[in-house]
Ligand binder design. Structure first.
Ligand SMILES: *Cc1c(COP(=O)(O)O)cnc(C)c1O
Length: 420
């Protein structure tokens, strides 16, 4: 499935289903995911693992819908979580606790307890303080916590400042210079078992060299740490592989994985377990957001297409100045295009989805916002008291309602007016 969202007879389809019909039946704004595209991205990783001991821990935060998690669980993926909420989702989607690694700079005590009791595979620890807290919690329940230290290798992943995480100035991980001492400290903590080492240098990374640079730094540290008596079973290089939103040219998944694994091999570490924590590259291009044009507004310097999706539904343009391709679901032949900013109804000038797009439109038309599978629905909010969009998972000619559209009752749940 080269493109799960392609035109058939002048109509955009999601696999075998017409996007127009999906929008008519389920309403807009509507997220639509393709099971085939999810599966293909996952298999691209796994196929490139041949000959190595590698495993995928899907970064749940990219898209945590239960149906999406379930697709990956059925394929045998592990999961990288950043909260006990995500842990609960993984279990609800029939993921196994021992296939879960727990990342994040601010794990709370109760969250650690939950994942430890359930038998999580590894805690990716991000500070000395956290090591001590984890050791304490494990000792209170007479358990041994499996750990890896997230090391900040101080490499520039050349991505947007908000999604670059491997620089010294970021809040993430233990500084490279402090990591050896941190491993020594961990060796002395009776309720911790050192399993591995990890890093995650950023997101939407479109070139391989920053990874190789980070790996070199990590491997140097691995040698030192092992000389000190720790044994490093796995090396987790995090996620971050970019996707094509517009004209970016990231390596394809297979090339990316093979280059990384060959690099480990050349450096004499190809025998280790090498873990990946991809999020965006598994789900990003497996989803679109369907939205309907409410009004067209012709201005003196700009034309606006005001649509029924907004920054609360897809926040990436507002937060990261991100680009998403926008296509008409049913392109109008024989009408001259005009240039539009695609904006939502929310009362913020930051509420835009795309700028300066050439489209032939009439009000009532449907648009598909592409590459919306990652960091789309998961960042959506109820700002302006807008119920969150519905999510569908399409599989061939079948539709699975992955999440019903939120109702106003759900939206006000838990709130109350003052007593008399
Ligand atoms: C966000 C995150 C990932 C996934 O990043 P992508 O860019 O979506 O691949 C992996 N590991 C950690 C620790 C993360 O925080």
């Amino acid at each position: 499935m080269a493109n799960a969202f392609a035109y058939i007879d002048g109509q955009l389809h999601a696999e075998r289903l017409s996007a127009h019909q999906l929008a008519e039946e389920y309403g807009t704004p509507l997220y639509v995911y393709s099971r085939a595209a999810l599966t293909e991205a996952y298999q691209s990783y796994v196929n490139a693992f041949t000959g190595y001991r590698s495993k995928i821990y899907y970064a749940v935060k990219a898209n945590s819908n239960l149906a999406v998690l379930n697709v990956f669980a059925r394929l045998g993926a592990g999961f990288d979580i950043v909260s006990s909420g995500e842990f609960a989702r993984v279990l609800a989607a029939s993921g196994k606790p021992h296939d879960v690694v727990f990342s994040g700079v601010g794990k709370r005590t109760t969250e650690i307890q939950i994942v430890l009791e359930a038998g999580g595979r590894c805690f990716n620890v991000e500070s000395l303080d956290e090591l001590e807290r984890l050791n304490q919690i494990a000792s209170e329940s007479s358990q041994i916590a499996p750990i890896s230290l997230r090391v900040n290798p101080d490499v520039d992943a050349k991505t947007h400042p908000y999604i670059s995480t491997g620089l010294r100035a970021n809040k993430f991980g233990v500084a490279l210079d402090d990591a050896r001492a941190a491993y020594r400290a961990a060796l002395g903590m009776k309720h911790l078992r050192i399993e591995g080492i990890d890093c995650h240098i950023g997101s939407q990374i479109t070139e391989i060299p920053p990874y190789l640079h980070a790996i070199d730094k990590i491997l140097e540290l691995v040698d030192q740490v092992e000389a000190d008596g720790s044994s490093i079973n796995h090396i987790d290089i995090g996620g971050g592989l970019g996707i094509r939103y517009n004209n970016e040219t990231p390596p394809d998944i297979g090339t990316f994985v093979r280059t990384i694994l060959n690099h480990f091999d050349r450096r004499g570490h190809g025998h280790r377990e090498i873990w990946f924590e991809p999020g965006r590259s598994l789900v990003g291009n497996a989803g679109i957001l369907l939205t309907r044009v409410e009004y067209l507004k012709t201005g003196t310097i700009k034309n606006f297409a005001i649509v029924d999706a907004a920054m609360n539904d897809l926040a990436r343009p507002a937060i990261y100045n991100a680009y998403h391709k926008v296509d008409a679901v049913t392109p109008r032949d024989g009408q001259l295009p005009a240039t539009y900013d695609i904006v939502g109804p929310v009362c913020e000038s930051g509420d835009w989805l795309a700028r300066d797009r050439s489209l032939a439109l009439k009000s009532g038309d449907l648009l598909a916002i592409r590459s919306a599978g990652a960091y789309g629905f998961v960042i959506s909010s109820n700002y302006n008291s807008r119920p969150r969009a519905a999510e569908l998972l399409v599989d061939g000619a079948r539709v699975h309602m992955a999440r019903r559209r939120e109702t106003l009752l759900q939206l006000m749940n838990g709130e109350s007016v003052l007593p008399d």
